[in-house]
Design a protein around this ligand. Structure first.
Ligand SMILES: [Fe+2]
Length: 487
């Protein structure tokens, strides 16, 4: 079922060049608004006046609707995900939508007479970004943050309270804007708001960048682009000249930010049918960073970040590590080899974090295309292991855990001794645990049947020496008898 080898991107290959080109394109697109702003404000005559209240109303309304749609989509995914990060992210975009809406509604000539500039217009654009940035930054705070448990438990009431406050702001700004005149609006205050908003967005951007490096999913790259646009919007917002191009720039940037994000998510939605990967990748990055040693507890935390997505494989990697250790000891490997095998066994499926749930948890047989997607987890796992100092030494073993002894495995189609010994051991442990646990696509099999199956595939799929060592351990340790009695 798995003949045919996928292409493996090597440095200097087409894939490598494509990603370099992507970096450049991303950089140029991200920097150009800043260059445009500098040119507009420095070159005389470039910052022309364009007084279009109607245009302003519609562009702000469009940005508001898009931000609101992003926030709502995220909020709707919360009840099933129970993720603190998603709650914060949803609040961030909903806050931007509701506060920014008052900026549009207060456009002179709409709800207020032409020629008047109510405080709502003056202050709401900046405020919407600052409040939004606070929530977006909270959405990427490290897991150890003391308040994160509270928010996790009270996701729904917090969303409710925030929505009431935000709607309160919206209505008071429309009907009683004078109330808000105690909020200062002066140069030093502006600069403080702009700088802190940029700092918050940059912090979030840095966190998304690091998790994007792990998974390289388009949705995360889109988030990074959106955050860059929002950062640059701050400069035009506070330092552009009212009704001039330098001021219009930020309206365009906000629209661009939300469109970028929605486009990235649309790709993700088609590919994975889920937005959960944002929080997962951040959690994975956190647990990799927290990994200072390959001790049991640290690796268990990492395992939890991976297995959170798939209840069917819960504890799978822990059991695989256990069987791997038994086989490695039975084969009299050195302590160093045993450590490599066990660590690799514990994280062997870490690359599955990038496999869409629709594929990973599909009850039926995978299509050719879905299987190709599934196969990527081996190479992605190698990449993720390489990104951690503690795991780097097991990356080759992680990559090779689906190679087959006879040579028709993936991703490289290695055979026999070409496959690292530790990977051959992990493969036996992995196969056995897959056979003896229930999966979404089939019920579990009794141990005796699983043993017969292992013997059947020894020499083709699995290394016969490793299988023999595993069976010896089972007899010696009495595990097989214990299972027979239990059955
Ligand atoms: Fe795997």
């Amino acid at each position: 079922m798995c003949d045919g080898m996928p292409n493996i991107p090597k440095s200097g290959s087409g894939a490598g060049m494509r990603s370099r080109a992507l970096y450049w394109l991303f950089g140029i697109v991200a920097v150009s608004p800043l260059v445009a702003f500098v040119l507009m404000t420095r070159v005389p005559g470039w910052d022309s006046l364009a007084m279009h209240p109607t245009g302003h109303f519609w562009i702000v309304s469009a940005a508001t609707l898009l931000s609101g749609a992003i926030g709502t989509a995220l909020a709707l995914s919360v009840s099933s995900v129970r993720s603190t990060r998603t709650v914060y992210l949803a609040l961030g975009f909903i806050a931007i939508a509701l506060i920014f809406a008052t900026h549009g509604l207060g456009t002179p000539g709409f709800l207020v007479p032409a020629g008047q500039y109510p405080y709502a217009v003056v202050i709401s654009a900046g405020l919407s970004q600052t409040v939004g940035a606070i929530f977006i930054a909270l959405s990427v705070l490290p897991t150890s943050w003391p308040g994160s448990k509270f928010v996790q438990r009270n996701a729904t009431p917090i969303l409710g309270v925030a929505l009431v406050l935000l709607f309160g702001y919206l209505f008071s700004m429309v009907f009683k804007p004078d109330f808000w005149e105690f909020l200062p609006r002066s140069r030093p205050w502006d600069t403080i708001l702009a700088l802190s908003t940029i700092a918050l967005l940059a912090f979030a951007g840095w966190r998304y960048y690091r998790s994007w490096k792990l998974t390289q999913l388009p949705g995360q790259l889109a988030m990074l682009g959106a955050l860059a646009f929002l950062c640059e919007a701050q400069i035009s917002m506070y330092y552009g000249q009212l009704w001039h191009l330098s001021w219009w720039l930020y309206h365009g940037l906000l629209l661009a930010a939300f469109c970028t994000l929605i486009a990235g998510w649309a790709i993700e939605a088609v590919r994975a049918k889920s937005l959960i990967v944002f929080s997962r990748a951040i959690e994975l990055r956190d647990s990799l960073d927290a990994l200072h040693s390959s001790d049991e507890a640290a690796l268990e935390a990492l395992e939890a970040a991976v297995e959170a997505k798939d209840s069917y494989t819960r504890n799978h990697m822990g059991r695989v590590a256990e069987y791997t250790e038994a086989i490695a000891r039975e084969m009299n490997l050195t302590p160093e080899q045993i450590e490599v095998a066990v660590t690799a066994g514990r994280i062997h499926d870490v690359g599955k974090i990038t496999v869409p749930d629709a594929v990973l948890m599909k009850p039926g047989r995978l299509t050719e295309k879905e299987f190709e997607t599934m196969k990527h987890h081996a190479a992605r796992g190698e990449h993720i292991a390489n990104s951690s100092r503690v795991l780097r030494h097991v990356s080759k073993v992680v990559r090779a855990h689906h190679e087959r002894y006879a040579g028709n495995g993936y991703p490289d189609g290695l055979r026999g001794e070409q496959i690292p010994l530790e990977a051959r051991i992990v493969a036996v442990a992995d196969t056995f645990d897959a056979l003896t646990s229930s999966r979404v696509y089939r019920p579990l099999r009794p141990w005796s049947e699983a043993v017969t199956e292992l013997e059947r595939v020894a020499g083709t799929q699995l290394d016969p020496d490793c299988v023999a060592a595993f069976l010896r351990w089972m007899v010696k340790s009495g595990e097989l008898d214990a299972q027979r009695e239990a059955a």
